[in-house]
Design a protein around this ligand. Structure first.
Ligand SMILES: Nc1nc2c(c(=O)[nH]1)N[C@H]1C(S)=C(S)[C@@H](COP(=O)(O)O)O[C@H]1N2
Ligand SMILES: [Mo]
Length: 349
């Protein structure tokens, strides 16, 4: 048996990550003092099996199926030589925040007990999937675009693979080979992965090996047994603070955080310091126009020592806002309720 953390190649220092089996969650305090993007050394990893070693010099990407007129194959250098697009996008696991079904709503959902660290935002560069589909002669009858990973088969279900509706595939999906200006790291899909903005992380297939375009709806375990009926991500917010962080009474403190939604830009963030009895509007800075995440900050001058629950609630441009409790979900996906983040105010360090 491989050791659980042997599923991931990069170092997983305890101050940056919490390891759950084959997966590693980012600790939110690791974003404190960072810029807009999540550096690769602290970007969460979600692996069904383990990170494969793929040789880019022999790697080929096939685009084929009944939905295209002329099947095509691309090598790594060919892809890199094509006109590229670069943009900021979040990748977030559908199960991000699952632990709070248990700890906040006393209704535990089975599966990896992610806190809020199953998300990261990177600057991705690659070729629009639209371009490859057009080059292969996309037919008007095309329905689904099935991306398959080159990682080892998962249990009896085979290679990780999930169909995307052709409408999304032709919209803003990237066939990405760069993350934050560097070739993709092995754990994040080297040499090439999909990046599917706004959608659940499973859509962003890593170690991309094959793209099949169908003229009928496709079914794989990854849209039937796992992750059925989930597409866009709801609104969420996090503080760039450790869980149970200790802060000195001498303030005021500038509390920082980020909010995001798969449905549109964040337009408002409110913060509560007293368990949600009153709300104060946070200030946004930079990047308002990007639909990845919105950094914000707010000043807080606590008047007494002791335990507090910090809360942050965001609203996106569609009007979707974070509720105080979220309906039970059979798979524990999409926990979008406001998180009660415990901190302790102390007299001295
Ligand atoms: N081939 C392959 N692609 C995959 C996965 C996987 O295990 N194998 N995991 C998916 C899931 S569930 C998520 S949330 C994201 C995580 O991307 P990351 O590990 O780069 O953060 O990759 C997706 N793509
Ligand atoms: Mo995921």
């Amino acid at each position: 048996m491989r050791q659980a953390t042997a599923a991931i190649m990069k170092p997983l220092p305890g101050n940056l990550f919490r390891v759950h089996g084959e997966n590693a969650e980012m600790r939110w305090e690791a974003m404190s003092g960072q810029g807009y993007h999540t550096p690769a050394d602290r970007f969460f990893v979600r692996n069904h099996t383990w990170t494969p070693r793929v040789d880019a010099t022999t790697w080929r990407l096939r685009v084929h199926g009944a939905g295209v007129r002329s099947p095509l194959e691309y090598g790594y250098e060919e892809l890199r030589a094509m006109p590229s697009r670069t943009y900021d996008a979040a990748i977030e696991c559908a199960g991000n925040g699952r632990r709070f079904y248990d700890t906040q709503q006393h209704d535990a959902a089975p599966g990896t007990q992610w806190g809020l660290g199953g998300i990261g935002v990177a600057r991705w560069r690659g070729v629009p999937l639209r371009r490859l589909l057009k080059e292969a002669g996309l037919r008007p009858e095309a329905v689904d675009v099935l991306a398959t990973g080159l990682d080892a088969p998962f249990e009896e279900y085979g290679h990780v693979r999930r169909p995307l509706p052709v409408g999304k595939a032709m919209d803003d999906v990237l066939v990405a080979y760069e993350m934050n200006g560097e070739p993709l790291p092995p754990d994040h899909g080297y040499p090439v992965r999909l990046v599917v903005p706004g959608w659940v992380g499973i859509a962003s297939i890593k170690w991309l090996g094959d793209i099949e375009v169908s003229t009928t709806e496709l079914h794989t375990p990854w849209n039937t047994v796992f992750y059925p009926d989930v597409t866009t991500q709801p609104v969420k917010s996090a503080f760039e603070l450790g869980w149970n962080a200790r802060l000195p009474l001498a303030g005021p403190h500038i509390l920082r955080g980020r909010s995001w939604s798969g449905q549109g830009r964040i337009v408002r963030v409110e913060v509560g310091f007293d368990g949600g009895q009153s709300w104060h509007e946070a200030e946004h800075h930079g990047r308002r126009l990007v639909s990845a995440w919105l950094p914000w900050h707010i000043s807080w001058a606590p008047q007494r020592t002791g335990a507090y629950e910090l809360m942050a609630r965001a609203t996106d441009e569609t009007g979707a806002t974070q509720p105080l409790t979220t309906p039970r979900h059979p798979y524990g996906y999409h926990f979008d309720a406001v998180i009660r983040h415990p901190v302790e105010i102390v007299n001295a360090w």
